[in-house]
Design a protein around this ligand. Structure first.
Ligand code: AMP
Ligand code: MG
Length: 320
């Protein structure tokens, strides 16, 4: 198993030796390596068993440092950076050659983010390269939002997990790309579309399915537990699947007829932000109960509800 701790100096040393370190962010835990070093980046793909067509997000500490590896930052991106960085927003820019092609799966653009987590920002400031970091889980599985989640699945393959406590946002970053100065949401996530629109006006949302190299990684099935997932009206689904060992992941209440041990309520007070924070913990917890089916429901499609619904849709897509 990996060592879990808060030693930034040790993390610094490992990263400088081309090793990988799991790092906390406000979205999910990342599996980080030197983004300028192809060997480190290759290790990330190997440890995660991630297909090489799925590009990585590059993390740094300061807007000024991004110029080192990005050709041009559109005006709107500056506005978004000012409003949301550090924070759960990733932006895609034309890359410089210093970023190995492996990081971007051969694309001429690179996805960049300044994460909002004190430990990781301190680490990023101390090293003289940015960190490529996808979520610290095996490819396709639910993302980790606690250090122990990382240890359970990747602990045998990495030396160190920097423990920053439970992730405050709990879903991955919102990704925004640019065509000239026109901004488009490529992935729904922890930065609310409504908040983005307050800065740049009405924005297109274009969520791609994968296998399309223009927007790789947005696989229909992703963020999925091993147990099959069905989404819909929970009461109707419970009736439909009677006789099966069922778990329920609900928005705000418990349901009759299912042992409460097999139920996870995302937010008893019906708060979408709180629901996002514990979505992946809930999916993981239910996935460990040896159930035949996890039943869940869509939430209101506003704010972080959009990201929650996106992740639930992809979790369900796995077995279909
Ligand atoms: P994650 O798995 O959370 O690290 O997110 C990585 C995702 O960011 C990928 O699966 C892509 O969907 C997206 N991404 C990364 N780089 C690019 C890029 N250059 N252009 C478009 N999307 C990208
Ligand atoms: Mg991921």
């Amino acid at each position: 198993m990996a060592t879990i701790g808060t030693d930034i100096t040790y993390a610094f040393e490992l990263l400088n030796r081309e090793e990988l370190v799991a790092i906390p962010t406000e979205t999910v835990y990342g599996l980080a390596g030197n983004a300028f070093n192809a060997l480190s980046v290759a290790k990330i793909f190997k440890v995660k068993e991630r297909p090489s067509f799925d590009p990585l997000i590059v993390h740094t500490s300061d807007l000024e440092r991004i110029h080192e590896f990005v050709v041009d930052i559109p005006e709107k991106a500056y506005d978004l950076a000012t409003a949301f960085w550090p924070g759960p927003l990733t932006m895609v820019f034309k890359k410089k050659a210093i970023i190995p092609d492996l990081v971007t799966s051969g694309l001429d653009t690179v996805a960049v983010r300044i994460p909002k987590h004190a430990l990781t920002l301190e680490l990023l400031k101390s090293i003289d390269f940015p960190l490529a970091a996808p979520s610290a889980n095996p490819f396709g599985y639910v993302s980790p939002t606690q250090a122990t989640h990382v240890n359970e699945q990747l602990g045998a393959k990495i030396p160190y997990i920097l423990d920053g406590g439970p992730c405050q946002v709990g879903v991955e970053s919102t990704i925004v790309g640019f065509h000239g100065d026109e901004a488009t949401v490529l992935r729904l996530g922890g930065c609310k579309v409504e908040d983005i629109e307050r800065i740049v006006g009405k924005i297109n949302i274009r969520l791609h399915a994968s296998s399309n190299p223009v927007a790789p990684g947005m696989l229909d099935s992703h963020y999925a537990p091993l147990t099959p997932v069905r989404i819909g009206n929970i009461e109707e689904l419970i009736a439909q699947y009677q006789g099966k060992r069922i778990g329920v992941l609900s928005f705000d209440r418990y349901y009759d007829g299912i042992d409460p041990i097999n139920q996870f309520v995302l937010s008893k007070k019906g708060d979408l932000d709180e629901a996002a924070t514990c979505l992946f913990t809930g999916l993981r917890q239910l996935d460990m109960l040896n159930l035949q089916l996890i039943i869940s429901e869509y939430v209101q499609d506003i704010g972080l509800g959009r990201a929650i619904n996106d992740r639930l849709r992809r979790a369900e897509a796995k077995r279909n």
